[in-house]
Design a protein around this ligand. Structure first.
Ligand SMILES: NC(=O)C1=CN([C@@H]2O[C@H](COP(=O)(O)OP(=O)(O)OC[C@H]3O[C@@H](n4cnc5c(N)ncnc54)[C@H](OP(=O)(O)O)[C@@H]3O)[C@@H](O)[C@H]2O)C=CC1
Ligand SMILES: C[C@H](O)[C@@H]1OC(=O)[C@H](O)[C@@H]1O
Length: 250
């Protein structure tokens, strides 16, 4: 029980990686605030079945007010917040030369500005509580490498990684640790259409030394570790969780 009685906020906790991390944190003893944009009933039921506290909060992370609402829910239901997993994100694949300005703007606003606003709201509460905390941003292997149809997306993932580095400095004096996770290719709704291209899927599988694409559950151990006191001296770090894809040049 690495997170016994801690309160964890997970943005984008209704599906994919965020849902797995929310349930994984509950399995390790945490109460969870599940932030979502449409429906989180399944995750809420899974966490209730584990006997842990859970509350779902609907809202767009791109709205600066959402961070405060998440903190408010954590305080009202569980008395405070110990961990933030800033995970909500979108990746509407599109070519560079005719990228619609609205697609660029929305991707930046959800992935980068959203992470900024929620991190800021949570960090202010953690400072007030005076007992430190752990903030984890879901960056990506895409913070380090490019993607032909991700020119609007990869800068947001480099951005949240950089945000955690700067926040590690800004918040270290309050005992608040800030780190990022860099998943490789994980099978979720975000890339369902992209990986329907079987040649592309086979290319990824061949490139991954561990021999398979990732599952959302592959992020649970790394997230729980960074959230827990086991990582008490880890801040400003970035952990690749990609089955070895990044280092496999030839
Ligand atoms: N899958 C992958 O290969 C990789 C993913 N990542 C990152 O991991 C994170 C999670 O991705 P993944 O699980 O794959 O994606 P999914 O599409 O499966 O889930 C996305 C989650 O984000 C939520 N969300 C989307 N937009 C908003 C918004 N405006 N406000 C609040 N919540 C929102 C969704 O909520 P709702 O269900 O309510 O719509 C959903 O819970 C993203 O940041 C992504 O960039 C990083 C590297 C690889
Ligand atoms: C959505 C993509 O499949 C996924 O997103 C990332 O951040 C990874 O790099 C993959 O490209």
């Amino acid at each position: 029980m690495l997170l016994k009685d801690k309160t964890v906020i997970v943005t984008g906790g209704s599906r994919g990686i965020g849902a797995a991390v929310a349930i994984g944190c509950a399995q390790h003893g945490a109460n969870v605030v599940v932030s979502h944009h449409s429906n989180a009933d399944e995750v809420v039921a899974a966490i209730q079945a584990l006997g842990r506290g859970v509350v779902a909060v609907k809202g767009d992370v791109a709205d600066p007010a959402t961070g405060s609402l998440l903190v408010q829910a954590a305080v009202e239901h569980f008395g405070g917040v110990d961990v933030l997993v800033s995970n909500a994100g979108i990746c509407p694949f599109h070519a560079f030369l005719d990228m619609p300005p609205e697609t660029l703007k929305r991707t930046m606003e959800v992935n980068l500005h959203g992470a900024y606003f929620v991190t800021q709201a949570v960090a202010n509460r953690m400072k007030e509580q005076g007992r430190g905390g752990s903030i984890i941003a879901m960056s990506s292997i895409s913070a380090l490498v490019g993607g032909e149809f991700q020119t609007h997306y990869t800068p947001t993932k480099a951005g949240v990684h950089s945000l955690m580095q700067s926040c590690a400095i800004a918040l270290g004096k309050y005992g608040i640790r800030c780190n990022s996770l860099l998943p490789g290719t994980i099978l979720t709704d975000i890339n369902k259409d992209d990986l329907a291209d079987l040649d592309k899927k086979a290319y990824f599988e061949k490139r991954i030394p561990l021999g398979r694409l990732g599952q959302p559950e592959d992020l649970v151990g790394p997230a729980v570790f960074l959230a827990s006191d086991m990582a008490q001296y880890v801040t400003g770090a970035a952990l690749l969780v990609d089955g070895g894809m990044f280092v496999n040049l030839q």
